[in-house]
Design a binder for this molecule. Structure first.
Ligand code: G3P
Ligand code: MG
Length: 381
């Protein structure tokens, strides 16, 4: 049967024909803008739900647990979603709790988690299973002289900071605090304090606050003597230099913070071009691991939705609808699927992209998510 759903005529798959395609929707600039629904977004998702066409929300955003974020979106877009319908920038970090083996597991290691409002990201990390989470705010409140200029925000930090685990024989609770891994879960709110604390750890001996790597500063060693000897690994969840927020022009994202930190690192370790590149892991769109994580989630959802089907066809196409050529379009275009699905990128005009030749070429450009879905449904007939 064919029904007019306000999205123009759409062919409703017969009950036995399971769609061999699915959708991945970016959030900011596609479904929501400054947390407000973009026209047509609610209708599009409810149409796909009604037609049993699987989709996943794939965002470089975060700062809240998937349960909380998806509940907010369900309410805003009037569509019933559960946490398996969303992949946020930091969702893949949950896999590091257990790691691939005993030695790589971070569950009981002490990690620094930066970013987000208050200690919202600490709470996310703890819900993932990390048992020993410290924030830059905890460190600042334990010794405000760590960064002399955040004292104006003491009330803010006091509202969520936790006392640091006691370190023997030191007046300064930060002295001797060992951090085993550094995570930036979401956009830091205090770039200055977070930059200072992360630099302290990167320049330390084995991640111990208040120390300097003994390899530092020895003229006989290359690059001003700085070598990374056992510094804690550094993880970023989102590479976005810019993103679509309430302001009419894009705003600096977590990638902006990382670039600022890399500038301080380069200047500290030998100057631009001479310094040692900062060793780090950056996940999020457009990178392969995040798309793999999202596709695996999409496949699990699809198998669950059609669990009684005897003839579940392979997933052949995924339409990625995004507003940022650098993360959404580039990521979908370059993603090599583990199951051979073809990811086709659709760029919309309701976010970062504002016309002209996009730096990464999408399969098609649509005015908004509703037109994007319409185009995809027509193409998948
Ligand atoms: O911090 C969110 C921003 O980086 C972009 O989010 O949903 O457009 O991937 P999204
Ligand atoms: Mg976006």
């Amino acid at each position: 049967t064919e029904r007019s759903l306000g999205l123009r005529l759409v062919h409703t798959p017969s009950s036995t024909r399971i769609p061999n395609f699915a959708f991945a929707f970016d959030i900011d600039g596609v479904l929501l803008r400054a947390s407000k629904p973009i026209p047509g977004a609610a209708e599009s998702l409810s149409l796909l739900k009604e037609q049993g066409i699987p989709f996943i929300l794939l965002t470089n955003g975060g700062g809240k647990h998937e349960t909380e974020r998806v509940a907010e979106i369900s309410e805003k877009l009037n569509v019933t979603l559960d946490p398996t319908h969303i992949v946020q920038s930091h969702s893949p970090f949950a896999e590091l709790v257990k790691g691939v083996d005993e030695t790589s597991a971070l569950e009981h290691k002490r990690i620094l988690v930066a970013g987000g409002d208050g200690d919202s990201c600490r709470l996310v990390a703890e819900r993932y299973g990390f048992k020993n989470v410290v924030t830059p705010g905890d460190i600042f409140m334990a010794n405000p002289s760590i960064w002399p200029f955040s004292k104006n925000y003491s009330d803010y930090y006091k509202s969520f900071a936790r006392p640091l685990p006691p370190v023997s024989g030191s007046q300064d609770p930060t002295m001797g605090l060992k951090i085993d891994a550094i995570f930036v879960f979401n956009d830091p709110r205090d770039w200055a304090l977070d930059t200072q604390v992360i630099m302290d750890l990167l320049l330390s001996s084995n991640g111990v606050m208040g120390t300097l790597s003994e390899k530092n500063g020895r003229p006989d060693l290359p690059n001003h003597g700085y070598q990374q000897d056992g510094q804690p690994p550094l993880y970023f969840s989102n590479p976005d230099l810019w993103w679509a927020a309430a302001y009419h022009l894009p705003r600096l994202g977590q990638g902006g913070f990382r670039e600022a930190l890399e500038g301080v690192w380069a200047a500290t370790t030998g100057g631009p071009g001479k310094g040692i590149g900062l060793k780090k892991t950056v996940i999020g769109k457009p990178y392969q691991p995040t798309y793999e994580f999202a596709e695996r989630q999409l496949l699990r959802n699809r198998a669950r939705t059609f669990m009684h089907a005897t003839d579940l066809p392979p997933l052949q196409r995924v339409y990625m609808v995004g507003d940022n050529p650098e993360s959404d379009i580039r990521g979908a275009n370059s993603y090599r699927s583990e199951v051979g699905s073809s990811w086709q990128s659709i760029l919309v005009r309701t976010g970062v992209y504002n016309g002209g030749e996009p730096v990464w070429t999408p399969r098609t450009i649509a005015d908004d998510v509703q037109r994007a879905v319409e185009w995809a449904l027509k193409s998948s007939k």
